[in-house]
Design a protein around this ligand. Structure first.
Ligand code: DGY
Length: 323
């Protein structure tokens, strides 16, 4: 029997591609181009295993097509909101992801964004590069202190906890959180984190808010006009989870009305398209979805995807099965 065929939709770090090619004969992306819907359909119809990423929108129609040959989707990434998991379950198509290995880097980037917006780092960088700096002066680009302030974490999963740890023990911040599931009391004690029973209560209590919940139909626009109004005047919002958790139009209104101090966004609704008003806003810092963008994370994510493929090929339980 020929060995199962594998296609990889995007370019991956070289050591990961080497294993996929040499050990599994995988077909690699020749040009790292995002596949069109038609090409994705062809990939599903032609290969047994599709190693996909968050740029592949795998909706119910694609998954349920009668011509589908694919019998396993190994997602490169922790988030799986681009895959209709319910449709995968209906047709018995297993899906795995790569959790855990990108936690520390995403938490680091969250802290980077929090500091960048509060300390006006991007504004300073732009001023310097544009040759507009006239020298040190006591009132130049005054920001807001981060150390010792309060941080509200929305969604206390792996990344939320890693951010809490940095904020509490690195910056002496008081850490508050709201999550679908409350942490065990021992974990709350270790992190010195205080749980709030409602999102509004959390938002009303903290000077910085960082979003770490997955994108689901329930969390779409969780941060909206109502919840933004519940934030403290002058508070800062950071989002490194998924763009559609934040209602971007409402965020622009809240900033325009002077209610918020600023926002720092690594993810966008409908990315890679980004609302130009966000990019032009002087109190928004933006990054192009770089949360897990380190060599270490991306290699580990590849290794994790390979471990799931190896388990599937061996008929063993998938280590990171999500559907
Ligand atoms: C993920 O794994 O879902 C991340 O967003 C990729 O950086």
């Amino acid at each position: 029997m020929p060995s199962p065929s594998i296609i990889v939709t995007r370019s991956l770090p070289a050591p990961v591609e080497a294993v996929l090619r040499d050990r599994y004969g995988a077909v690699l992306s020749p040009d790292d181009r995002q596949l069109s819907r038609e090409e994705l359909g062809r990939a599903l119809d032609t290969y047994d295993i599709v190693l996909c990423t968050l740029t592949d929108r795998l909706d119910a129609e694609l998954i349920e097509r009668p011509t589908r040959r694919a019998v396993f989707l190994a997602n490169f990434g922790a988030g799986t909101n681009h895959i209709d998991l319910a449709a995968c379950r209906r047709v018995g198509l297993p899906v795995s992801n790569t959790p855990g290995v990108l936690t520390e880097d995403t938490a680091d980037l969250t802290i980077l964004l929090m500091l960048a917006i509060a300390r006006r780092a991007w504004e300073g960088d732009q001023e310097l590069r544009a040759g507009r700096w006239t020298g040190w002066r006591p009132t130049h680009l005054l920001g807001t202190r981060v150390s010792g302030k309060s941080l509200g974490i929305v969604g206390m999963g792996r990344i939320g906890r890693a951010v809490a740890q940095r904020a509490r023990f690195g910056f002496g911040m008081s850490v508050h959180y709201w999550s679908r599931t409350r942490l065990p009391l021992a974990d709350e004690a270790t992190l010195e984190a205080q749980w709030h029973p409602t999102l509004d209560a959390l938002l009303a209590s903290t000077e910085f808010v960082s979003v770490h919940c997955p994108a689901t139909p329930e969390t779409r626009h969780l941060i909206n006009a109502h919840t933004l109004a519940a934030m403290r005047p002058g508070a800062y919002l950071v989002n490194t989870s998924r763009g559609d958790v934040v209602d971007e139009a409402a965020l622009l209104d809240a900033l325009g009305g002077g209610h918020l101090g600023g926002a720092a966004l690594d993810v966008f609704d409908g990315e890679p398209q980004v609302n130009p008003a966000l990019l032009a806003h002087p109190r928004i810092v933006t990054l192009p979805h770089l949360g897990s963008a380190t060599v270490e994370s991306r290699v580990a994510m590849g290794e994790r995807a390979i471990a799931n493929i190896a388990a599937w090929l061996a008929g063993a339980p998938l280590p990171d099965r999500v559907a």
